[in-house]
Design a protein around this ligand. Structure first.
Ligand SMILES: NC(=O)c1ccc[n+]([C@@H]2O[C@H](COP(=O)([O-])OP(=O)(O)OC[C@H]3O[C@@H](n4cnc5c(N)ncnc54)[C@H](OP(=O)(O)O)[C@@H]3O)[C@@H](O)[C@H]2O)c1
Length: 327
């Protein structure tokens, strides 16, 4: 395991009185007298009931703007953070004040990223460990590492790793099928199970999955990858409902073509790239930072009422119906 430990600049937090949980489970600065409504105004407990505000074990979001847009004091695990979308997510979360742990299989690449995050222009609080998420034993070790690093508490789990094998359905071998399912879905499911006690212990957890538009629409030669992303989409919804009482939210982002090493080769074919542009209303590829900003938003207290959603980051591709060039 490697560690960088430079301080991260954090936005100022407005001072607020300590909140206690009222017996009715509404957060009240003065536990026996007042409650905060979702709009932030204070009202008496009796009024809460009159207004029909339902007592809930979930905590209300912080009311100051600075707190709603900060990840200061939060901990995060981001899988696959050395390249592409995962790399951008690590930087986005750390830049907003989170302490992040990431993993990848390539030791040298991981070391070089950690060095950059420590010594670069912007310094981030990031640690990392080598882990192949398709291995159950590696996942278990990763879970133990994160638990001990963050004292048994985790606010954010970003299940980002995913891979692809482009082949027609009839040509996919049993080994390829198993490898895709193990890396793209089994790993994600197990990491959620491992992270659950840590997310719950944090008091405010957020899980974000990197899905794909292939989980919604058919993409040529991507049947198994698309099926694993479809499974992730449903897991996103199931977790949102099953873990809501623990104040753990669950959302997914679903990109179309984003400029990363994963798609470099296929997009090096000029004709193919032109077809991608034609199919994309914004007529360009996406940048990893255009995905990581959405992931960060879904982790921020600012999105505290959003759960169970799968949001496309696709330049409009998934809503593109008929767009003739001749008209
Ligand atoms: N790029 C796109 O156009 C696009 C579109 C839709 C969805 N997505 C999804 O976005 C996610 C990230 O894709 P990307 O394009 O950013 O990929 P990428 O550029 O290939 O980066 C993948 C990252 O994950 C790590 N990784 C890969 N397999 C791993 C494993 N078995 N265990 C641990 N780490 C592993 C890689 O490091 P090591 O190789 O060292 O392990 C690397 O850090 C994937 O889930 C992908 O399906 C991407």
């Amino acid at each position: 395991m490697y560690t960088t430990s430079l301080l991260v600049r954090q936005p100022c937090q407005a001072a607020s009185p300590p909140l206690k949980t009222h017996p009715l489970h509404l957060r009240c600065p003065q536990p026996t007298l007042h409650c905060s409504t979702p709009s932030g105004t204070k009202t008496s407990v009796a009024n809460c009931l009159c207004l029909g505000l339902r007592a809930s074990s979930a905590t209300l979001p912080p009311s100051s703007r600075a707190s709603r847009w900060s990840l200061g004091g939060m901990t995060a695990l981001v899988t696959g953070g050395t390249r592409g979308i995962g790399h951008a997510i690590v930087e986005e979360l750390a830049g907003l004040g989170a302490t992040v742990h990431t993993c990848a299989r390539n030791d040298a690449e991981l070391c070089s990223c950690l060095k950059k995050w420590k010594d670069g222009e912007e310094s981030f609080q990031v640690t990392g460990s080598v882990c192949d998420v398709s291995s159950r034993a590696d996942r278990q070790r990763l879970g133990d590492t994160v638990s001990s690093l963050f004292n048994g508490k985790l606010n954010i789990l970003v299940n980002n790793v995913g891979t692809n094998i482009r082949k027609p359905i009839v040509d996919i071998t049993a080994e390829e099928f198993s490898a895709l399912v193990a890396t793209n879905f089994e790993s994600v499911f197990h990491l959620c199970q491992l992270a659950y006690p840590l997310l719950k212990a944090s008091g405010s957890g957020s899980v974000v999955f990197t899905s794909s538009v292939s989980g919604f629409v058919s993409l040529k030669s991507m049947s198994v990858q698309g099926a694993t992303k479809g499974a992730i989409n449903q897991l996103t919804r199931s977790l949102a409902c099953e873990w809501a009482n623990d104040n753990i939210r669950s959302n997914a982002v679903a990109p179309w073509y984003i400029k990363t090493s994963m798609v470099e080769q296929v997009l090096s074919n000029r004709e193919y790239l032109e077809e991608v542009y034609d199919r994309t209303p914004l007529h360009r590829l996406g940048d990893p930072a255009e995905v990581s900003s959405l992931v960060a938003f879904l982790c921020l207290p600012a999105s505290s009422y959003i759960t169970g959603q799968i949001i496309c980051v696709d330049g409009g591709m998934s809503v593109n119906g008929f767009c003739p060039r001749t008209y």
